[in-house]
Design a protein around this ligand. Structure first.
Ligand code: LMR
Length: 384
């Protein structure tokens, strides 16, 4: 029965997070999976979530396939300011669930369409592309002094053909922490419109760069300009709902007929995969999206998280420089991640000799640093 199966490489993020948990050393440092940790290394339960949880109804009956109707309405309104009969919306199992459904829809709509993604990108993008068996290609995502080389992106995308899809990290690029400026976004969108390329935004860190709202400027700008736009949106990090699997997707289509087609296909995919989403996660997320009061609390909490990440970035950079490390640019990068310029041997030494865990490609979750360990990590890196 199973002899045709093959063994896959383990997931480079989640498996490492497990290895960290099993490490018995007391001075170990977790800079692996993208979770926000506070200055005590804890994953805070957000006040807005606690309040919503204590107010949701206890009814455990099945959710509609796309999540509740009110979730779809409030999610679209929250992100775009309106409710259009050309936009399909759905609750999803985190950002990953949204990316997966969108990639499925792209493949079912046009199997010749190629998805172009940044190189480097979040490793699971490739996992999803492979699982759906969609065509994909990469555009170089290079930067110097935290300025992205837009010409390189455009040169690589000049190979794309009409109807291809460009996967864009709306903010807090994973893994580099380096984003396009607003002028660069505008320039890229003009190029994409000229070449009839379709934007697909993956946004998981809205609020971890400048502020919640402004961080999704690129999406909102493109949403106005393009006829077709894909968005996968994660609440995992920004509501601290990781294991609850909270996310959503929006697909802007050219007309209401296309919207009906897309929606019907999402329903078919969800129903035949997990049937419908978990009731309490939909209710909690929806309650926050519908309440001005909870949103105010939420955004204030996000401000606190973001400011801590920026402070720890600055401290880390200062300490690295003081210890004589050549690593640079951390202060100006945004979101949870930076890609540290370390060889795989150095990353492994860091793990084995110091108990400091980052991904093999040098991606480090800066929220794993705090006032108690930042000096230790900076000196360990400088000693490599
Ligand atoms: C990450 O990049 O670490 C997060 O998006 C979590 C995940 O699922 O990989």
């Amino acid at each position: 029965m199973f002899s045709n199966l093959k063994i896959y490489a383990t997931d480079p993020i989640l498996e490492l997070a497990l290895a960290y948990k099993e490490d018995p050393r007391s001075d170990k440092v977790d800079m692996t999976v993208g979770v926000y940790q506070d200055d005590h290394g804890r994953l805070p339960v957000m006040k807005c979530v606690e309040l919503a949880q204590s107010n949701i109804t206890k009814d455990k009956s099945y959710m509609p396939v796309l999540g509740s109707k009110s979730f779809c309405t409030s999610f679209e309104k929250y992100l775009t300011g309106g409710n259009s009969d050309c936009v399909a919306a759905s609750y999803t199992l985190g950002g990953t669930g949204a990316v997966r459904l969108i990639v499925d829809i792209i493949n079912k709509s046009n199997s010749q369409s190629v998805i172009w993604c940044s190189d480097p990108t979040w490793s699971n993008h490739f996992g999803i592309f492979d699982a759906v068996d969609v065509k994909y290609n990469k555009y170089g995502y290079q930067y110097k002094s935290n300025i992205v080389d837009l010409e390189k992106i455009k040169t690589d995308l000049s190979e794309a053909k009409e109807g291809d899809v460009v996967l864009l990290h709306g903010c807090c690029h994973n893994p580099t922490g380096v984003d396009l400026s607003q002028d660069q976004w505008k320039d890229l969108f003009e190029f994409m419109k000229d070449n009839k390329l379709i934007p697909f935004f993956d946004i998981a860190y809205d609020g971890f760069s400048k502020n919640h709202g402004e961080d999704r400027w690129s999406f909102n700008y493109a949403f106005e300009k393009f006829e077709t736009v894909f968005l996968s949106y994660s609440f995992s990090k920004i509501l601290g709902l990781y294991g609850e699997r909270s996310g959503g997707l929006l697909i802007k289509t050219p007309d209401s007929k296309s919207k009906a087609l897309v929606e019907s296909n999402i329903k078919k995919l969800v129903r035949s995969t997990y049937s419908n989403p978990p009731v309490s996660s939909v209710k909690v997320t929806n309650m926050i999206l519908e309440s001005d009061e909870l949103q105010t609390i939420w955004h204030e909490e996000l401000d606190v998280s973001r400011e801590r990440i920026i402070r720890i970035r600055n401290t880390f950079q200062e300490q690295l420089t003081q210890y004589g490390s050549a690593i640079d640019g951390i202060s100006g990068q945004r979101g949870l991640f930076s890609l540290l310029d370390l060889s795989i041997e150095q990353v492994q030494r860091l793990r084995n000799e110091y108990g400091v865990y980052l991904l093999d490609n040098g991606r480090a979750n800066l929220a794993g640093l705090n006032s108690g360990n930042v000096d230790y990590v900076a000196s360990a890196i400088a000693n490599l």
